[in-house]
Design a protein around this ligand. Structure first.
Ligand code: ATR
Length: 270
């Protein structure tokens, strides 16, 4: 019997997840279906309940329901707990397991697709909202020397101290404190690209050979333009992260890791 999965969001029509998961299923021979479901803004929990009753095996969660999914899950992985957000649910009888595959997707895109090892690299994470929370733990666990900067610097400090434990390689700061610092990897996890806003980062921020990574995809943001103009060696959008977080979810559900390279190549060429 075909196992059913879905992605739930609002809006959802733009989602590439059904296409990605269908390619993964075809490639690995897994008998699954995967559709996009629009949930009313006040109807996320009811939508999940309906899917569970209908025998769905799990779902992905996107904007704006990742925090509600975090609250709904009855069991959470460590990376979902730290992220305080869930992008993947797995249904197992009465148990609703919640995971967050966004950060691992980002790390895998940087390390495997872009070929840049993060261990001992100076990494600047810009932003301290939901997107930054989603990726901070896997960046730490990849061995990055991590600085988090945010317009509201208290939020950067809070995210950094939540991650620290015995790790002294993590700090939070304000944009003013970035002068004279250089980084090997600079990641934009703010939503500034949505409004075409520029970020107050110094032009000398990119170390020789640096990667500038924009977590959004689908358009050249001011951050990407700035990085190209100020010496970043590699500038990437977040399409690879999208495919890798999907692969991580697929693997968690099905126990099979799909090959992401042909899927990413197909989306890039479209
Ligand atoms: P998301 O889920 O996309 O992370 P969010 O939780 O609302 O959305 O967080 C948005 C992030 O983008 C925050 O870090 C925000 O900074 P503040 O915490 O100071 O608000 C950041 N952000 C949005 N627009 C920005 C801009 N024009 N310049 C700098 N930071 C910006």
């Amino acid at each position: 019997m075909t196992d059913q999965y879905a992605v739930i969001g609002n809006p959802i029509a733009h989602s590439k997840s059904p296409e990605i998961h269908r390619m993964f299923a075809e490639q690995t021979g897994q008998d699954i279906s995967y559709e996009a479901i629009l949930a009313p803004l006040d109807g996320f929990a009811a939508t999940v309940e309906r899917l569970r009753k209908e025998g769905y095996k799990g779902c992905n969660i996107t904007v704006p329901f990742k925090f509600e999914a975090f609250q709904l899950a009855t069991e959470l992985t460590e990376r979902a707990q730290v992220a305080q957000a869930v992008n993947t649910l797995k249904f197992d009888g009465d148990i609703i397991q919640g995971d967050n595959t966004d950060g691992t997707g980002l790390v895998r895109d940087i390390q495997f697709n872009l070929g840049i090892t993060l261990n001992n690299k100076r990494v600047l994470l810009i932003g301290a909202g939901g997107a930054a929370y989603g990726v901070a733990l896997p960046l730490r666990d990849a061995g990055a020397i991590l600085k988090i900067v945010n317009r509201t610097s208290d939020k950067a400090q809070a995210l950094a101290s939540g991650l620290k434990s015995n790790n002294t390689n993590i700090s939070g700061c304000s944009f003013d404190e970035l002068a004279d610092h250089q980084f090997d990897v600079v990641i934009n996890a703010t939503s500034a690209g949505l409004t075409y806003s520029t970020l107050p980062i110094p032009p000398s921020i990119f170390a020789p050979g640096a990667l500038a990574y924009e977590m959004m995809y689908g358009r050249e943001t001011p951050f990407m333009k700035f990085a190209r103009e100020h010496g970043a060696a590699i500038v990437s959008d977040g399409l690879g992260m999208l495919v890798e977080q999907a692969a991580e979810s697929f693997c968690w559900w099905r126990g099979v890791r799909p090959d992401t390279a042909p899927v990413l190549a197909k989306l890039r060429s479209a």
